[in-house]
Design a protein around this ligand. Structure first.
Ligand code: SF4
Length: 150
């Protein structure tokens, strides 16, 4: 079995973990997971949220659904669990879905539930970056993965 190098957002590997029950199909990323080089992980599921679930946005120091449900605790738990997996398997890098309130590395929604995007990091991405995990996204893949994606 290959030594895993990356934590990867589960939804990027075709695993139906998104809030709407869907996933994304990036064959190169799915193959990375199937080869054992990346460990698929969904922080929102790991934090105890169901799939499908209410979409949430970061608003100040909280993570809220449009109906006022406060999901901050689940998002924080999911981030801690992601960090624990990185530590357990010695993963120094992660490939995370851009734009997500958990996994986004460069942009998130602005908390107004209107679709507006702003620069910012999701809860899991911010914690992993703070703890020294190198972050990549599906838009900016690790060079060795991008090479195989051509
Ligand atoms: Fe994908 Fe991350 Fe959202 Fe889970 S929390 S569905 S892994 S973007």
């Amino acid at each position: 079995m290959a030594q895993p190098k990356y934590l990867i957002s589960a939804c990027l590997c075709g695993i139906c973990s998104r809030y709407d029950g869907g996933s994304f199909d990036y064959p190169a990323l799915r193959q990375l997971a199937e080869a054992g080089l990346a460990i698929p992980f969904c922080p929102e599921q790991a934090g105890g949220l169901s799939t499908p679930r209410k979409p949430c946005e970061i608003a100040g120091d909280r993570v809220m659904a449009a109906d006022g449900t406060d999901c901050t605790a689940q998002y924080r738990l999911g981030a801690e669990e992601a960090l624990a997996v990185c530590r357990k398997y010695g993963l120094a890098a992660a490939i995370l879905k851009e734009g997500s309130p958990s996994c986004g590395s460069h942009r998130i929604r602005d908390g107004s539930h209107t679709g507006r995007k702003i620069p910012g990091m999701g809860i899991t991405a911010a914690l992993l970056a703070k703890e020294g995990v190198v972050l990549y996204t599906e838009e900016a893949l690790p060079p060795e993965v991008a090479e195989n994606n051509r």
